[in-house]
Design a protein around this ligand. Structure first.
Ligand SMILES: C[S@@+](CC[C@H](N)C(=O)[O-])C[C@H]1O[C@@H](n2cnc3c(N)ncnc32)[C@H](O)[C@@H]1O
Length: 226
């Protein structure tokens, strides 16, 4: 979303459901709104795993959920925005994913998953607590993959790199929407989790306005031992 279109500056909003609905409504019609490629961290971290039941938490317009489904995963794509889910449901192959409108800060899936993955979702609750919720939905032996906006790496209000590769150019990421890799790892009980990946990444993407942006990502993959 572009700041000039919204009434609220990025550091002032709470990333609640109306905010995200507006985000997706404003993205409508913009070039690049359907990402052509899945998140590269998802591809790298998951392509070697045996498919099972997966949750894409904050799936947006569904490109990553669809990529997982194409690899044989049985995928639930959950998002708080009806607009995002409508866009996802309109994509080729959308019938291979179960799209669920849910506020993940309160939702109880009533089950566990072999993979819970989340890419740049930052809801109206503390980021690390949100990841803690997602971790609780991973089955024994299953995987948690967190891809977040890296704290302290060009993500100040008003000059952030945007939400993922395909949308959100010009949107700054206030500190509360960012994380440090070590902080995500520290959230996982070492008695229950094996951390496989804990990395910081930079990558350049083309934003909807056609300009190149640099994304700074925190990537953590962990396997639940028990
Ligand atoms: C920056 S977008 C990222 C979308 C997608 N994962 C991607 O990488 O392109 C963040 C997504 O998280 C969703 N989201 C934010 N808060 C949420 C919540 N409380 N429950 C469910 N989804 C939420 C938003 O609607 C939005 O689609």
């Amino acid at each position: 979303m572009a700041e000039q279109e919204g009434a609220r500056a990025p550091q002032e909003h709470g990333f609640d459901a109306p905010y995200w609905q507006q985000h997706w409504q404003r993205a409508q019609g913009r070039p690049g709104e359907h990402r052509a490629v899945p998140n590269p961290h998802l591809v790298r971290e998951v392509e070697g795993l045996a498919p099972g039941d997966a949750l894409d938490a904050g799936c947006g317009e569904g490109g990553d959920a669809l990529w997982l489904a194409g690899r044989g995963w049985r995928v639930v794509g959950a998002d708080v925005s009806a607009e995002a889910l409508a866009r996802a449901a309109g994509r080729p192959g959308a019938g291979s994913v179960a799209w669920v409108r849910a506020d993940l800060t309160t939702w109880d899936p009533g089950r566990r998953f072999d993979l819970v993955t989340t890419h740049y979702a930052h809801p109206a609750m503390p980021q690390l607590a949100f990841y803690g919720r997602l971790a609780g939905w991973v089955a024994p032996g299953g995987t948690l993959l967190v891809v977040g906006h890296l704290r302290g790496a060009g993500h100040g209000a008003g000059h952030g790199a945007g939400h993922g590769a395909g949308h959100g150019a010009g949107h700054g990421h206030p500190e509360g929407a960012t994380v440090g890799v070590a902080d995500v790892v520290a959230r996982l009980d070492p008695a229950a989790w094996d951390v496989v990946t804990a990395e910081e990444h930079e990558r350049d993407v083309t934003a909807p306005d056609g300009r190149q942006r640099r994304l700074h990502d925190a990537v953590v993959r962990a396997v639940r031992r028990s």
